[in-house]
Design a protein around this ligand. Structure first.
Ligand code: SAH
Ligand code: DHB
Ligand code: MG
Length: 221
């Protein structure tokens, strides 16, 4: 997709809200300068994450997949001063870039970036007694999304909001069998979400400057 009308509407929405927050703009610039892949959430979706933090009154947030800290900063900016956000990242270089942007955003006191394979660091933090989290944003590698969901549920409580990015993948989740592990990962996650007793979920497809994808939103009952 070349963007077209969807990119035009994304730009219209951005314009409505005025110039970007300097810390968010600086985080994108630093990530680009460091050569990180441009796979952060869009500004519109960052804004949505921030609204969700406020809507659920989150004070304890878990993110899986930090990249340069762009979505992290959107969410952490909505935390109260005593709130906490823990974000998990595999690539030390990404974590380093993110830590610098988080510090420049004045959020270093609230945010911890932890380096490792998320399946390992999730097990570590569970053992440490982390959680329950008020909100979780799943946005790391796609093949183990269903396993991330299981781990997250073990650190959830009634009311926990679970958000997962990239669960539609250009519509390919709806086109049957594929050998694209990112698509099958999203399909497995979506099926696990729908089947999970005690969790009410929705899957919202989205279009924008970054194309066609979707987010799952779910609340633990
Ligand atoms: N949430 C970010 C984007 C994350 S991109 C934003 O919107 O700004 C996905 C990130 O997950 C990348 O930085 C990638 O290095 C990381 N990742 C990939 N596999 C991982 C794994 N097994 N454990 C933890 N992080 C992983
Ligand atoms: C990819 C990952 C993401 O989290 C995203 O939002 C878009 C693309 C990717 O790995 O290609
Ligand atoms: Mg994503």
């Amino acid at each position: 997709m070349d963007g077209g009308i969807y990119a035009t509407v994304d730009a219209y929405i951005d314009d409505l809200f005025g110039p970007p927050d300097p810390a968010l703009a600086a985080a994108l610039e630093r990530a680009e300068a460091a050569g990180l892949p441009p796979i952060n959430v869009s500004s519109g979706h960052g804004r949505l994450l921030q609204v969700l933090v406020l809507a659920c009154g989150a004070t304890n947030i878990l993110e899986i997949g930090t990249l340069g800290g762009y979505s992290t900063i959107w969410m952490a900016q909505a935390l109260p001063p005593d709130g906490r956000l823990l974000t998990l990242e595999y690539e030390p270089k990404h974590a380093d870039v993110a830590r610098r942007s988080i510090a420049d955003a004045g959020l270093a006191d609230r945010v911890e970036v932890r380096v490792g394979r998320a399946l390992d660091t999730l097990a570590d933090i569970e053992r440490e007694g982390a959680g329950p989290f008020d909100m979780v944003f799943i946005d790391a590698d796609k093949p183990p999304y269903a396993e991330y969901f299981d781990a997250v549920l073990r650190m959830s409580a009634p009311g926990t909001l679970i958000v997962a990015d990239n669960v539609v993948r250009d519509g390919r989740v709806a086109q049957g069998t594929t050998d694209d592990a990112a698509v099958t990962g999203a399909q497995r996650f979506n099926a696990a979400l729908a089947a999970r007793v005690g969790v009410t979920g929705a899957i919202v497809q989205q279009v924008g400057a970054k194309g066609h994808d979707g987010m799952a939103l779910a609340v633990v009952r």
